[in-house]
Design a protein around this ligand. Structure first.
Ligand code: VGL
Ligand code: ZN
Length: 201
């Protein structure tokens, strides 16, 4: 058991990010037994769910563009993804092997059409809050451990924001899996190390 001030944040373990899904991450489902085993150790357990309207601005189809290309949004560059995690669809549901009953809080993100939200703390403008910071602080949480999908996008952006907010942050690489788009994993791992995020196996 860990101190009650430590939270586990499980990022986006949803069907669309697992093998067979619309934006499948290699080995995305293999991390689930480890996450299930970690849940009882923590004083707080938060799950996030990527939760987009069907015409979301992060979807290539919305722009009639090629998936994995880049566009410039008012808040900066944005990767255009295959349509994924559409609100209310099977792809947006948690993977059936993930134990969701122990979750204290399920936080949905990316629900505004015009802005994506990789991080569990802020949307992609890095300023619009999701409310998670206030939730954690009002529960007295001081340290967060992150696991889930994808290491180099939603897990990493959440870790960087948590560090910026002053939480002690650990990313469990062995309980996460990466998309690794054009070297994104190595680049963001360097940024996380620089920001003081502990990368553990
Ligand atoms: C994610 C790309 C688009 C993630 C979400 O969960 O890492 N990646 N939406
Ligand atoms: Zn998304």
């Amino acid at each position: 058991m860990r101190p009650q001030t430590e939270a586990l944040i499980v990022i986006d373990v949803q069907n669309d990010f697992c093998p067979g899904g619309a934006l499948a991450v290699a080995g995305g489902d293999a991390i689930i037994p480890r996450i299930n085993a970690l849940l009882p150790e923590f004083g707080a357990r938060i799950f996030t769910q990527d939760w987009h309207p069907s015409d979301h601005s992060s979807f290539a189809a919305t722009h009639e563009a090629v998936p994995f290309s880049l566009i410039e949004m008012p808040y900066g560059p944005q990767v255009l993804w295959p349509t994924h995690c559409v609100q209310g669809t099977r792809g947006a549901e948690f993977h059936p092997a993930l134990e969701t009953a122990p979750a204290d809080l399920i936080l949905r993100k990316g629900f505004r059409r015009g802005i994506d939200s990789y991080s569990a703390f802020f949307e992609n403008d890095r300023t619009t809050p999701t409310g998670l910071e206030g939730y954690l602080r009002s529960r007295g949480i001081e340290a967060v451990t992150l696991a889930g999908l994808a290491t180099d996008f939603c897990v990493a952006y959440s870790a960087l924001d948590a560090a910026r907010l002053g939480f002690r942050v650990t990313v469990l690489e062995g309980a996460s899996a990466a998309i690794d788009l054009n070297g994104s994993l190595a680049a963001i791992k360097a940024q996380m190390a620089e920001a003081g995020v502990a990368l553990e196996p």
